[in-house]
Design a protein around this ligand. Sequence first.
Ligand code: THG
Length: 264
Amino acid sequence: LIVIGERLNSTRKAVAEAVEKGDSEYVRGAAEAQVRAGADFLDVNAGTFFDSEPEKLAWMVETVQGAVDVTLSIDSVNAEAVERALEVHRGRALLNSVSGEKGRIEHLAPIIRKHRPRIIALCMDEDGLPDTVERTVLSATRVVDLLAGLGVGQEDIFLDPLIRPIGTDPSFGKLGIDSTAELKKRFPAVKTICGLSNVSFGLPKRRLLNQSYLPMLIAAGLDAVIADTLDRGLMATLRASLALSGSDAYCSSYIKAYRQGLLP
Ligand code: THG
């Protein structure tokens, strides 16, 4: 499982303040802590800076990669911000995200052709967010086809069924699980991904919900997750789940985590 640290997101107040002030100390510290806790990649988002997102996002990329040598997930819907971020990113980035909406892909096409990032593709298009597994698959088909037209191979795509809060509709938890399983089945060469913490928005004890949801998604075939790696309980649950689902040969990662005192 590829784990992508979610914390460098400008929707978080401390991050927005640090980015506004150009507090590189804070950003570097947040990057290092997430990687130390087990993040493989880091998500970076400056989307709350309406007038200066391109500059802010590029600064985040340079600052984070000055501290840790990991791939960044460039989390933006702003084509100019994506372009600036990909220009300064060292190595091949992960573009978060592309959807099947016509207007968006047109602006991103030349940037994708030039930089060849791996891509998180959202199961979403002009018809909005899908409410059923079948519509999720239809939407996935559209965006995978659009990306194929740009020369992006299926092995470079992470499909995201877009997890929505169970607090707004109790069926959203199961929809995320069933969609993940079906996407794996229909697109075996593509990877699946999701933003785990979305599921618990607005509810108490969010970490309990996030921790409980992850093993269900792993059982359904999840390949990558955007999550809070500083949640020690979540990381312990993740390590146990990988051992239990046959993704940890000889349980060696699990045993190593135990020896390092990482299991509660
Ligand atoms: N899919 C893709 N990208 C995504 C998402 C997704 N990017 C954004 C989001 N969803 C994943 N990242 C977060 C980051 C933070 C939170 C949730 C998801 C979060 N933050 C707390 C809040 O806003 O209340 C703040 C917690 C804190 O301050 O520590 O919940 O689905 N492709």
